[in-house]
Design a protein. Structure first.
Length: 561
């Protein structure tokens, strides 16, 4: 009786249980079941940081049904032998929120293996907008993308995603800058008691609507006009809910250490977790601060603060050209800023500040022009400021002024200001998560224009290909953890960012030997190599490296604690 078939089956199961023992969950699937999708024979990474193990994965509906030996045949079968299979990547810091409505296919995002965007970063979110700002955004989206924006807050944004699903999931924080603009306006002043109460109410409302944190952008107007006390007051709304206060801190170069201290202080006093956005030390004379800032963060963590940071795998950052000037110059909005640049009295100080900022980066050629609106200046896109000025027969600072004037203050720039050494340290640090700080682009139309930072196309494949395979910076399972399990934990998402039975079937399969980014600073609109299959909520969205056309993304709302 104990011989024959029984024995053999027991043997197979025992062997299987042994080989997949390091996965978070193992469930085998008998032959009489009929899953929708079976992925066969990949090296499966569960997102916890554990090494990969060969297993089959079965999917039914939008959930993972089994991980382990799957005897049943799926309606769809995919052979993934030799490939890595992981939870879909969570981009913990992106600006791919509202733009998902302009291009729901979001090719440059999902083709990287991203299945969840965490938008609303750097203090800016899709609402809550005041009437004027809403009108301006509504008109722009209608004119440029032919898309009707018919909501003014995050709740409306999530409903719009449900009506018009994108290719991948989207969660969102609420932006302090957006709230401050709505309540206080563009002025460089503290908030009154009433305004503070109103801002707190808007944070609370956003959390009720599903926001997964509060972000600030303290190098941008009007976020920069907030005191530390204001940030503490607003962050208190997160208390007990587990969501982070995520901050693009007040300064990322000469005042970096003080700026990090401020973010940690907000977390400590308000009693909430902290996420420092795109951690970096900008400018050669500040590179020594890379290890120093990590020490400060480590000691805060040792004292009990839950603190993490995110970073993209490039040595250049991306922002607006207006950021060469101090935030105080931008008080009162764009018109006031442009008027100050024309005012000879104010200009001397502003010019000195901008020249110092450029000198700190290296030279005028450390700044690349990434986006420009008018046809007349379009030829400057992709050029370095020094080269552009020479080609235009102008002085570089004069060119900056002219561009800001002619483009209504809106010119994109890329600044080559970080060291390789610090980039590697930050990416591989145990508290580091991978965040692209990127956005949605498109193969044609207005979202295809400009020479954007390549991070929007290449972040995740670049970490896996360049930093893991070529540089050996960290084990593959650690890199995957930083893209899946760690960010999911940070947001309290229990059934995403993990590959185990009953979790959402958000999955990515890639070839660890070939995965690579192909987007460069000169030619950024390039999809990566080696990302073979992406599944979003159980739906095959990328197959053999190409979009299937299915749009199965959903809003991922935070659960109020
Ligand atoms: Zn930022
Ligand atoms: Cu950002």
């Amino acid at each position: 009786m104990r011989m024959g078939n029984m024995d053999r089956r027991e043997f197979i199961h025992a062997g299987a249980a042994f080989s997949v023992a390091s996965l978070s969950g193992v469930r085998t699937l008998p032959w009489w079941e009929s899953p929708d999708l079976v992925l066969r024979g990949a090296t499966v990474f569960d997102g916890s940081g554990a090494p990969g193990v060969e297993a089959d994965v079965a999917v039914r509906g939008d959930r993972i049904e089994a991980v382990g030996p799957v005897l049943a045949r799926g309606a769809v079968e995919v052979d993934l032998r030799g490939k890595a299979l992981a939870p879909g990547f969570i981009d913990i810091h992106t600006h791919a929120d509202l733009p998902l409505l302009a291009n729901p296919r979001a090719e440059n995002r999902v083709l990287q293996g991203i299945t969840l965007e965490v938008g609303g970063q750097c203090g800016g979110s899709p609402g809550p907008w005041g009437k004027e700002e809403y009108q301006a955004i509504r008109e722009r989206y209608l004119a440029v993308y032919g898309v009707e924006v018919d909501f003014r807050d995050l709740g409306g944004f999530f409903r719009a995603l449900e009506r018009n699903p994108p290719s991948l999931n989207a969660a969102c924080m609420v932006g302090h800058g957006t709230i401050r603009r709505t309540v206080v306006g563009h002025d460089d002043r503290g908030a009154t008691t009433q305004e503070l109460a109103r801002m707190r109410l808007l944070v609370r409302e956003a959390l009720l609507q599903g926001a997964v944190g509060l972000s600030s952008g303290l190098e941008y107007a009007p976020g920069s006009f907030a005191s530390t006390g204001e940030l503490v007051e607003l962050a208190r709304e997160l208390e007990g809910r587990g969501y982070p206060y995520a901050s693009h801190i007040r300064n990322e170069d000469d005042e970096l250490l003080g700026a990090v201290e401020e973010a940690l202080h907000v977390g400590r006093v308000a009693g909430v977790p902290v996420q420092i956005s795109h951690l970096k030390a900008q400018g050669e004379r500040n590179w020594w601060k890379g290890p120093a800032v990590l020490e400060v963060i480590d000691s805060a963590a040792e004292e009990g603060l839950e603190v993490h940071f995110d970073r993209y795998p490039y040595v250049a950052y991306s922002t607006g050209l207006a950021n060469l000037f101090p935030a105080s110059a931008r008080a009162g909005g764009t018109d006031a800023f442009l008027a100050r640049l024309e005012d000879p009295g104010a200009r001397t100080t502003l010019e000195a500040y901008a020249r110092e900022k450029v000198a700190q980066l290296g030279s005028w050629n450390s700044v690349q022009i990434s986006s420009i609106g008018t046809q007349a200046n379009a030829w400057l896109k992709g050029l370095r400021l020094g080269d552009a000025a020479a080609a235009a027969g102008e002085e570089p600072f004069g060119l900056v002024l002219r561009l800001l004037r002619e483009e209504g203050g809106s010119v994109g720039m890329i600044g080559f200001g970080m060291s390789e050494e610090n980039t590697a340290l930050i990416l591989s640090h145990p508290r580091g998560m991978i965040g692209s700080d990127g956005s949605v682009y498109a193969p044609s139309g207005p979202l295809s224009e400009g020479v954007p930072h390549p991070r929007s196309y290449g972040t995740f494949p670049r970490v896996l290909g360049h930093y893991v395979r070529e540089e050996g910076l960290m084990p593959l399972e650690t890199a995957i953890f930083k893209m899946t399990g760690l960010p999911a934990r940070k947001l309290g998402l229990l059934d995403r960012g993990t590959l185990r039975p009953d979790a959402f079937a958000d999955l990515v399969a890639f070839d660890p030997d070939t995965v690579a980014d192909r987007a460069t600073f000169d030619d950024p609109h390039q999809y990566p190599a080696g990302i073979e299959l992406v599944v979003v909520n159980g739906v095959v969205t990328v197959r053999e490296g190409a979009l299937t056309g299915d749009l199965a993304g959903r809003p991922v709302r935070g659960v109020m604690g």
